[in-house]
Design a protein around this ligand. Sequence first.
Ligand SMILES: NC(=O)C1=CN([C@@H]2O[C@H](COP(=O)(O)OP(=O)(O)OC[C@H]3O[C@@H](n4cnc5c(N)ncnc54)[C@H](O)[C@@H]3O)[C@@H](O)[C@H]2O)C=CC1
Ligand SMILES: O=C([O-])CC(=O)C(=O)O
Length: 311
Amino acid sequence: MKVTIVGAGNVGATCADVIAYRGIASEVVLLDIKEGFAEGKAMDISQCTSNTGFNTRVSGVTNDYSKTANSDVVVITSGIPRKPGMTREELIGINAGIVKTVAENVLKHSPHTIIVVVSNPMDTMTYLTLKATGLPKNRIIGMGGALDSSRFKYYLSKALDKPINDVSAMVIGGHGDTTMIPLTRLASYNGIPVSQFLSEEAMAKVAADTMVGGATLTGLLGTSAWYAPGASVAYLVDSILNDQKKMIACSVLLEGEYGQSDVCVGVPCIIGKNGIEEIVDINLNDNEKALFAKSSDAVRNMNADLKSVLA
Ligand SMILES: NC(=O)C1=CN([C@@H]2O[C@H](COP(=O)(O)OP(=O)(O)OC[C@H]3O[C@@H](n4cnc5c(N)ncnc54)[C@H](O)[C@@H]3O)[C@@H](O)[C@H]2O)C=CC1
Ligand SMILES: O=C([O-])CC(=O)C(=O)O
């Protein structure tokens, strides 16, 4: 199975590293526009082989899409990341043009591929990729919810003072500082609602910390995060390539689900060899429904800025 990752920067290279290390694909191609950069990252990752024992072939190319031919999955991480104080939405001006060109180039050589969109603002870039390529919606997957849910579980485990893998929780809605919806009511510690262990105040703090999880890291690092984002993409790619049918919150075109249409936003999806195989329409309470409608409206307003790119 072959995976191409466009953008060999922090997130792209980390994703390649995790995919290789865990043997998720037999071949990974990194592509970047910076001369020699993807080649260097691929060489560095490949030189881990004898000490980590993986067999994935990792190669790098400078803007040569012919080397990406017949990829089963293409991950788009090309574009600029935010700096401290910025929102993800402020990246749209530069990233929209990059993502559209990359998606078109990729499809020339891998017409049957599934595309995972990572570049920010991710929900809007997912919508752009869908509109620009005309691919069926199951083959365009926005990655954000897997990462936001892993941060939610991290903050819950800290508040509970319990192991992170004993916590189950999901974030839906937009992948933005104000549009994320951590589903605290449905979060559990070994199947028991977290509300049995945490006060309202503690749960509200966990949700607030989760929503600004990316901004907090950007403030600490000077650029946005890459270890958890790279691992989250690899987790999603694993479910596609190995047909695991995992339920993962992903940004997908909604056509009536959750009362929304013509917008890509994060909802629980079954992810397998066909990409998005099912949108799981769970029952939200009135408050969650209102938050979801507000989040979708904010993402839809952002999509309006794509007019010139899509013209
Ligand atoms: N959806 C999510 O959960 C997350 C999204 N992101 C987003 O992912 C993107 C990448 O972030 P980083 O890897 O930290 O940035 P980075 O700056 O480390 O890497 C981006 C790479 O893209 C390359 N690039 C730019 N234009 C290109 C083009 N036309 N073709 C091929 N390569 C091109 C650059 O040369 C650079 O190497 C950002 O937009 C960031 O906001 C980051 C973390 C999580
Ligand atoms: O915060 C950012 O800009 C990058 C990102 O999407 C994340 O780490 O969640």
